[in-house]
Design a protein around this ligand. Sequence first.
Ligand SMILES: Cc1cc2nc3c(=O)[nH]c(=O)nc-3n(C[C@H](O)[C@H](O)[C@H](O)COP(=O)(O)O)c2cc1C
Length: 159
Amino acid sequence: MENKILIVYYTHSSKTKKIAEIIKEEVNGDIMEIEPENLYPVPYNDVVEQAKKEINMGYKPKIKNNVNIEDYNIIIVGSPNWWDTIAPPIITFLESANFSDKIIAPFCTHGGGGEGTSFKDIEKISKAKKVLKGFSIFGSGGKTAREKIVEWLKEIGLK
Ligand SMILES: Cc1cc2nc3c(=O)[nH]c(=O)nc-3n(C[C@H](O)[C@H](O)[C@H](O)COP(=O)(O)O)c2cc1C
C-alpha cells in the first residue's frame, strides 16, 4: 500500500512549523497546524508559567481543528518540547482520534534538552499501532536541518 502521510504539529514561535514544512516538502504529505482556541501568551516567561501549570494539572486545551485522520496510514506528529514533554494542544489532538491502526512518526524541536519524554508520551497517549523512531532538533535546526530531516526520513523508511 502506498503511504498516505499527514503531518500534524503545534508551534508557538514557528520553529516546529519550519521543520514541519521541510518534512512536507520531502515526503509530499498533507499538513495541518493545531491551533488552540485560546492562544498562549507571547512573552516567554508567561507562556512558560502557563505551560507549567497546564502540564502539572494535565489540562487539555480546546483546539480549533477537527482533524480527520481516516484517510492516512502515517501521521507525523510534531511539538516543541515544553517542560520535557509535548505541548498540551498536541495531547488534545492525540486524544481526539483513534490511532489503533495508525503509524506515528514523532518529532520535536527543543531548546537544548532534547525530546525529554515527548516520544514516549506520544506513544502512551495515542495508543498507536506503531510509533517509529523520533526525530529531535535544536530550534529550527539552522542550515543542516533539511539534511538531518532527510536522514531521519530515510532511516524510518519514509524516503
Ligand atoms: C513553555 C515552554 C517550555 C519549554 N521547555 C523546554 C524544555 O523543557 N526543554 C527544552 O529543551 N526546551 C524547552 N523550551 C524551548 C522550546 O522547546 C524551543 O524553543 C522550541 O524549538 C520552540 O518551538 P516553536 O517555535 O515551534 O514553539 C520551552 C519553551 C516554552 C515556550
